[in-house]
Design a protein around this ligand. Structure first.
Ligand SMILES: [Zn+2]
Ligand SMILES: [Zn+2]
Length: 351
């Protein structure tokens, strides 16, 4: 075991504090990563506040991790000391079920292991990336290609793959008319990736406040959903809608924006059920679907794609002592577009 510096939530109702956590010894198939940057995902806030179920505290969140390999186990072949690497939302899975064999570790039939707050296959509770170091099985460690800086790469490990996977799965490309609902951490990556895939991209946001940003990120059009005329004007005009909003929205109003055979995919996760009128689907043979991050191979494909196209996330780098303030700003949607913690600002162990 090694003691490393971290930020952790002592309970569901207290702010995160500087602390230390234990990391396991580097096993034969493990990689020790010197974490450089960790993104703040909205899921981190839901989880540490107990909004997605009870947790074992203290808990260190963070599943958008970028760093440098510091040590490798004796059987490791995929990574060497000094490599630029990342870890996303998964750190383990059974490796044997049909999902795992198909590269869909996020759908492991025996339960995937999340990067924090999950019971690992050795029985310990996983602790995330708001930390100086992490030990991860080599199969769940991604290579970050040269050409993407580590700070802007970190958010790709969750926000990037969450949007890339459905865009790829449903074959978005040149000629596809895509709408991205919501321009936050997920939405801004959706715009960049859909645009790089060659689609015609429209942002649907509550107001026109971020219009200039949206067009700069690659959108062709930008409409305010606060204006009822938007829904009349755009009826039947999209092949694919990616909903990144975590709040309850009027799904039927958005389904009517789909053309025949259009698909609307939810990657936002509102706590409340979303009522869907069957007629919104029947008319126009439309589909309403969901998508959850992506498998390890696809996550690597996404990182390579972003590097080829020369982009990462739009970020605001913060120091560790700004994490709690950043949480409040995320909840107010006051971030363009992802907070990333510079882990060099974590207090040293024993300090
Ligand atoms: Zn996330
Ligand atoms: Zn499995």
């Amino acid at each position: 075991m090694r003691t490393v510096s971290a930020y952790a939530a002592p309970s569901a109702t207290e702010p995160l504090i500087a602390t230390t956590i234990e990391r396991r010894d580097v096993g034969p198939n493990d990689v020790l990563i010197d974490i450089k940057f960790a993104g703040i995902c909205h899921s981190d806030i839901h989880t540490v506040r107990g909004e997605w179920g009870g947790q074992q505290f203290p808990l260190t969140p963070g599943h958008e991790i970028a760093g440098i390999v510091a040590e490798v186990g004796s059987n490791v072949t995929k990574h060497t000391v000094g490599d630029r690497v990342g870890v996303g939302c998964l750190v383990n899975s059974c490796g044997e079920c049909t999902s795992c064999l198909a590269g869909l570790e996020q759908h492991c039939l025996n339960g995937n292991v999340g990067t924090y707050g999950a019971v690992d296959r050795d029985g310990t509770i996983t602790q995330g990336g708001y930390s100086s170091h992490v030990v991860v099985n080599e199969n769940f460690v991604l290579n970050i290609p040269e050409g993407i800086d580590l700070d802007v790469a970190a958010p790709l490990l969750c926000a990037g793959i969450t949007t890339y996977s459905p865009l790829r799965h449903w074959g978005v490309g040149p000629g596809t008319r895509v709408a991205i609902v919501g321009l936050g951490g997920l939405g801004h990556m959706g715009v960049k990736i859909a645009s790089a895939l060659g689609a015609e991209v429209t942002v649907l946001s509550q107001t026109l406040n971020k219009k200039e940003d949206g067009l700069k990120l690659g959108a062709d059009h930008y409409y305010a959903t606060g204006d009822p005329e938007t829904f009349t004007k755009l009826a039947g005009s999209f092949d694919f809608i990616l909903n990144t909003v975590s709040a309850a929205i009027d799904i039927n109003a958005y389904l009517r924006l789909l053309a025949i055979d259009g698909v609307m995919v939810n990657v936002g996760a509102p706590a409340e059920p979303l009522p869907v009128n069957a007629f919104s689907l029947i008319g126009g043979r439309r589909s309403f679907a969901g998508s959850n991050i992506g498998g390890i191979a696809e996550t690597q494909e996404m990182l390579n794609f972003c590097a080829e196209h020369g982009f990462g996330a739009e970020i605001e780098v913060i120091s560790a002592d700004q994490i709690n303030e950043a949480y409040e700003r995320v909840l107010r949607s006051d971030v363009r577009y992802r907070f990333v913690i510079d882990t060099a600002t974590l207090p040293a162990v024993g300090a």
